[in-house]
Ligand binder design. Structure first.
Ligand code: GDP
Ligand code: IMO
Ligand code: MG
Length: 451
């Protein structure tokens, strides 16, 4: 019944577009990890929406949205996002539920992040500077402040003493002008008055929704290779962007997850620091960046670009148990004479076919490329599988063979309409209400029987 959308690379795979596409078939969309480090773009007609903290399903009238306990929330960023959406004609109203167990990002988290990045020097992560890491650190360090705590008004209660202790630690770490805990306490109390109407127990809400037979879309942020456990540590975000984050980040059981759809670009990008085996420096990278408009949806930073990395995506298939892939931005490869695709890494004298744990080894890996012919005509805006040039179909078939799962969606442009739904594939069947459980045989490859 339910479906999860997970990034199969280093984030920015086009999750927002896919979530928007699937939302008409659900009544609830839930975010389970990350925070406003995410930037999920949805284009409909001429309008562009960028969602950071709110689930992308909010754009669909009547759909309810959940921000789970695994998400970290900056109330100021949330209010600003709600206002931006209102200015674009989208009202959140009473369609939002924020978990009372979610941790809160406060200004001292951003200050501490700036300090930590500066101290790391050339080993910096290249974070989004949103305070995400320090907030998850406080959560693990058991000194974090959760949404439920914000209701505590007393000057000597839990909230006040936690803010006082955390601000004092911040002042000690940073030196210079001190932050004032009383002013922050007052700000947080004011935020609570605005938030309170949206706060509740998300796990109970979802359990009731499941009982009532409602369908839920689980919207991941970041991507598998940015996951705190399975990503290119330490150059990762601080949450579980992989499938396990769904259960811990929402308070639901594994059977509620349903089908798992991985999103992968037809090439690779990454923002921030850390190894990227297929990275292209120079003209080829610039070409992908410009044709793909690869600039961060949250920070505007240029994204590093490279060819499709089948080792990385196959890894994402395994650690998430992906049922199928959505391949986005196929159109960006239009016009190339040949398209390299990385099938393994060479490291020293050895050949690696599994993604290595060590960043030092990964940094020393050289991609082994297979070269496929470019397409004879463009794919931009193609909406029927049969209208794709044969070379593009061959490229997708190779992605399927190397990843071991079928391609269920092909995206040929940023607009909602520029999409091919593979007939008989996972999403096609799911939309028809007949999605098969994970344990059943996989559907035939899309290239053998699509329209
Ligand atoms: P997300 O974080 O995974 O939701 O992805 P982002 O929104 O950060 O980045 C994806 C970018 O690619 C956005 O600007 C989308 O509008 C755009 N996009 C998505 N799918 C396609 C596609 O098939 N073709 C092209 N050209 N752009 C796409
Ligand atoms: P969406 O959901 C791409 C990257 C940052 C940095 C690292 C850690 O839009 O795909 P953080 O601020 O999380 O501590 O930064 O993770 N990063 C993303 N890269 N897409 C994202 O989100 C990202 N969120 C974080 O650039 O390298
Ligand atoms: Mg993004």
């Amino acid at each position: 019944m339910n479906i999860a959308v997970i990034g199969a690379q280093w984030g920015d795979e086009g999750k927002g577009k896919v979530v928007d596409l699937l939302t008409p078939n659900v009544s609830i969309v839930a975010r389970y990890q990350g925070g406003h480090n995410a930037g999920h773009t949805v284009r409909v007609g001429g309008a562009e929406f960028i969602l950071h903290l709110l689930p992308s399903g909010i754009l669909h009238p009547g759909v309810r949205c959940v921000i789970g306990n695994g998400v970290v929330i900056d109330p100021v960023a949330l209010f600003s996002e709600i206002e931006t959406l209102a200015a674009q004609g989208v009202e959140v109203g009473d369609r939002l539920l924020i978990s009372d167990r979610a941790h809160v990002i406060l200004p001292y988290h951003r200050d501490l992040e700036a300090l930590s990045e500066a101290r790391r020097g050339d080993q910096r992560i290249g974070t989004t500077s949103r305070g995400i890491g320090p907030t998850y650190e406080d959560k693990a360090g058991r000194r974090g402040i959760r949404v439920a705590d914000l209701g505590d008004a007393s000057e000597d209660g839990f909230l006040a003493s936690a803010i006082r202790a955390n601000v004092s630690a911040r002042n000690e770490a940073l030196g210079g002008p001190e932050a004032d805990w009383r002013a922050l306490h007052a700000e947080v109390r004011a935020a609570w008055r605005r938030l309170a109407g949206w706060v509740g127990d998300a796990s109970v809400f979802l359990a009731r929704a499941f009982e009532a037979g409602e369908r839920v879309l689980l919207e991941g942020a970041q991507g598998t290779l940015l996951d705190i456990d399975h990503g290119t540590y330490p150059f990762v975000t601080s949450s579980n962007a992989t499938v396990g984050g769904i259960c811990t980040g929402l308070g639901i059981g594994p059977r509620a997850v349903g089908s798992v759809l991985g999103i992968a670009k037809a090439y690779t990008t990454r923002v921030g620091e850390g190894p990227l085996p297929t990275e292209l420096h120079g003209a080829e990278g610039d070409l992908l960046r410009e044709s793909g408009r690869e600039y961060g949806a949250s920070t505007g930073r240029p994204r590093r670009c490279g060819w499709y990395d089948a080792v990385a995506v196959r890894y994402a298939v395994r650690v998430n148990g992906l049922d199928a892939l959505a391949v986005t931005k196929l159109d960006v490869l239009d016009g190339l004479d040949e398209i390299p695709l990385c099938t393994a890494y060479r490291h020293g004298e050895g050949l690696l076919t599994e993604f290595p744990a060590s960043p030092a080894i990964l940094a020393g890996c050289r991609p082994v490329y297979e070269r496929l012919p470019g397409w004879s005509r463009p794919t931009a805006g193609v909406r029927r599988y049969g209208d794709l040039p044969p070379e593009a179909r061959a490229y997708l078939a190779r992605i399927e063979a190397l990843s071991g799962v079928p391609v269920a969606i092909i995206s040929t442009g940023s607009d909602r309409a520029d999409t091919i739904l593979v007939r008989g594939g996972l999403v096609d069947r799911w939309q028809a209400g007949r999605a098969r459980p994970v344990s059943q045989p996989r559907p035939p490859a899309f290239n053998a029987g699509s329209s």
